[in-house]
Design a protein around this ligand. Structure first.
Ligand SMILES: [Fe+2]
Length: 217
């Protein structure tokens, strides 16, 4: 017999939110890119996409709140580096063990580097929200340099990371999972990926490299 699942109470979700927000505020100087502005955007959009695709909204909301805790553990890290902090944050807020396990799986499934066409509906909602943040036209203009500062990487490394991780998904037709997101935001995503491909190309010009060295010094 199928048991109906008890959704995570609003008070518990609010507790998770408060804990993550406090961590973001305490570490704001180190989280120029993955701070509360990113987490709250991804949370709002993940809930929106969960409503559209029928995923468990409460799970998507909490997964979005904790999906980038790894950046509080170590700069330029992977979602797996945040597992212990995620589990602790969820446990002390009162999320049950079964839901903690589920949320952990979703965060790992939705990771841009390794996600594939057939991830769960919850991971799709989280992925579309996080991917949309990357594809926003304002992100390369006002946030890309903050990503470099936060993670201690070069523009060349970031450009190769974006092109290497994202172009294949766009070419294979699952950059966004949600049809409405794809219809609405593909133009932004294509423009963004074109820009990053052009940045990779431009870095082959020694004069551009020299220019960047001078700007940085
Ligand atoms: Fe994120």
């Amino acid at each position: 017999m199928m048991r109906t699942r008890t959704t995570i109470p609003r008070s518990v979700i609010a507790d998770v939110e408060q804990r993550v927000r406090r961590l973001c505020e305490d570490l704001a100087a180190k989280l120029q890119f993955h701070g509360w502005h990113h987490v709250s955007f991804v949370r709002d959009k993940a809930v929106h996409f969960a409503r559209r695709n029928g995923a468990a909204e409460d799970i998507c909301e909490v997964a979005a709140l904790v999906h980038d805790l790894n950046y509080m553990v170590r700069r330029n890290s992977l979602p797996t580096d945040g597992e212990a902090l995620r589990r602790k944050t969820l446990f002390v807020a009162g999320v049950c063990i079964g839901d903690i396990e589920w949320i952990e799986r979703i965060v790992i499934e939705a990771e841009m580097r390794t996600r594939h066409r057939d991830i769960s509906l919850e991971a799709q909602a989280l992925s579309d929200a996080d991917t949309l943040f990357k594809a926003l036209p304002v992100t390369p203009v006002v946030l890309a340099h903050k990503y470099l500062q936060e993670n201690g990487i070069t523009l060349r490394e970031l450009a190769h990371k974006i092109v290497g991780e994202q172009v294949g998904k766009a070419d294979d037709g699952y950059y966004f999972y949600d049809a409405e997101a794809a219809a609405t935001y593909t133009k932004w995503a294509e423009t963004n990926l074109s820009l990053w491909k052009c940045i990779v190309e431009s870095l082959d010009d020694p004069c551009v490299e020299d220019l960047l060295t001078k700007v940085a010094s």
